[in-house]
Design a protein around this ligand. Structure first.
Ligand code: SAH
Length: 283
């Protein structure tokens, strides 16, 4: 069940009302009730509200007493920075949110109740609430800004509601990832890569597999996806198209030159052309 309304009791600053309205809009609450506000100036509130929050500001109902605001609700979660003394049975925001999300349509409507910026809710007001919630903080700095307390509470309730399917999920941007490349696709890529790299004299024509080993390891480690295989295939195609055709004679010369310039025994004495470093010793 979603939270039906946020009640601000005796709020002092219209800016906080604007920010609270914005938080409500962000997290799916479109009813804001003000109990005896000290100062309610729409323009000042609007300066801190988004276009969506303006609809919440439009919905504002001002009442004289907390009891009037609470009348239509079955459950009221009062919020307090103070946790000592007689205040027992205080729940955490996540605990309250889980309780609320688990409610069914026959359980009645839920309101979150907040106190004024300076003093917080009076005892008589807390007594009218069915539950008491406190947002955990450092012990010596427990008092949050009113609108920030609203934000944290409505966020927690929204999060719990999302898991219960109470609110629609926002689509996360970006294209869907293609599936992971199959071993067959990887092999096809390695084959094309090998031919391409031989074609541009990066790999020697003799035993190119040996020099492909570090590349194979690199690509395997990177967890290629299908579209990324296609990307590398495309790059290879382009290279092949641009690379000047190697005639046999030239290829023979290169192979001979490569053989003359032998790499260490770890590379099995094979010559190399171009910049191919061959496999790392430790691999
Ligand atoms: N000095 C007051 C704090 C007022 S802050 C006090 O000690 O209670 C204004 C309102 O923000 C509070 O009435 C409460 O509704 C909310 N709030 C601030 N800090 C909070 C916290 N740590 N947990 C829950 N609500 C909090």
């Amino acid at each position: 069940m979603p939270v039906s309304a946020v009640i601000l009791t005796r709020p002092r600053f219209p800016e906080n009302i604007g920010m609270a309205a914005r938080a409500c809009a962000n997290f799916g609450i479109n009813r804001l009730i003000l109990v005896a506000p000290e100062l309610w100036l729409r323009e000042k509130a609007e300066a801190l509200a988004t276009p969506q929050a303006k609809a919440v500001l439009d919905s504002i109902v001002v009442v004289e007493h907390l009891a009037d605001a609470l009348a239509p609700f079955s459950l009221a979660y009062g919020t307090t920075a103070r946790t000592g003394g007689w205040r027992t049975g205080i729940v955490s925001p996540a605990g309250a949110a889980a309780e609320i999300a688990a409610l069914g349509p026959n359980d009645g409507e839920v309101a979150l109740v907040f106190g004024p910026e300076d003093t917080g809710l009076e005892n008589s007001e807390i007594e009218q609430c069915t539950r008491l919630v406190s947002i955990p903080t450092m012990p010596d700095a427990s008092s949050l800004n009113l609108a920030q307390a609203v934000l944290l509470m409505v966020y927690e309730c929204f999060k719990a509601g999302l898991d219960q399917g109470v609110y629609p999920r926002r689509k996360l941007g970006g294209r869907k990832n293609s599936p992971p490349a199959s071993l067959e696709e990887m092999e096809r890529l390695f084959e094309v890569l090998k031919t391409t790299l031989i074609g541009i004299d990066f790999l020697p024509e003799e035993n190119p597999e040996w020099f492909m080993l570090p590349l194979r390891r690199f690509f395997r480690r990177s967890g290629l996806r299908r579209h990324e295989v296609d990307l590398f295939m495309g790059i290879c195609r382009r290279i092949n198209r641009l690379a000047p055709g190697k005639d046999r004679e030239e290829a023979g010369c290169l192979a001979a030159a490569a053989a003359a310039c032998r790499v260490p025994s770890s590379a099995q004495g094979l010559g190399r052309t171009g910049d191919c470093p061959g496999p790392h010793q430790e691999e």
